[in-house]
Design a protein around this ligand. Sequence first.
Ligand code: CP
Length: 308
Amino acid sequence: MLTVNHLLGIKNLTVKDIEIILETADTFKEVLSRPIKKVPSLRDITIANVFFENSTRTRLSFELAEKRLSADVINFAASGSSVKKGETLLDTVNNILAMKVDMIVMRHASPGAPHFLAKHINANIINAGDGTHEHPTQALLDAYSIREKLGGVAGKKVAIIGDIAHSRVALSNIFALQKLGAEVMVCGPSTLIPKYMKEIGVKVVHDIRTALQWCDVANVLRIQLERQQSKQFPSLREYSLYYGINKQLLESLDKQVVIMHPGPINRGVEITSDVADSGHSIILQQVENGVAVRMSVLYLLAQQGKTY
Ligand code: CP
């Protein structure tokens, strides 16, 4: 059993919680390798995927995970909904729950929105990304993918490279990797690295070669221009020149580095196609593992029952 009724973030999970989620994901990964990729585990559960922000991977991965577990699924996108007429978050979700929904998977632009919901509604909440705060299932699938590729997470060196300041993936990854015993470094221009990184035990460097020479795994993040209030670096061309990961740079190292990216990729900005599509990259394995990891989270939270 998990110690939580909701998955709001990695910060409030125990090491044991994370281990249970990853071990249960192993079982579901085996299910997904069968000709019939479906089990009846959540046959009596109804889940709403409530997305107030755009998504490709997370929304489809949750929907597929729910369907593989035989849950009933409804999908809500804020665009085209009565949110556009001024309906509040709480009214929107309470109306969805009135249709006998058991679990809410929510992506929202406001940090803390799922935490607010968890205090006020009668359902299990899964945070599918809240603004620049956390993206817990991304961190769990990233940890799962490192464990699968390198045989474990403890003792591994992971560099998170790029726009740390605007990334929910970065914070959730830092919490998950540290709890599992990895060393974590962040690398990027100082304008994209929050000041508190050193306080939470993360190494900070501003030189890409130093980061790549240090790490076993480089998790490359997207430059999130849509969240930047002002210009954080002179131009994308300049960012790419100093922080972009390209084949020439990787081949100049005296070691192999596993390349990850949560997507969506800005090809030619933070990573070139000859790296993203190379044997160094496990980007599509991350996406594949996301379904098994999300099946695990949904299954385990359903065992916890409702929240009050
Ligand atoms: N990794 C990720 O969250 O991608 P989407 O925004 O497409 O869901």
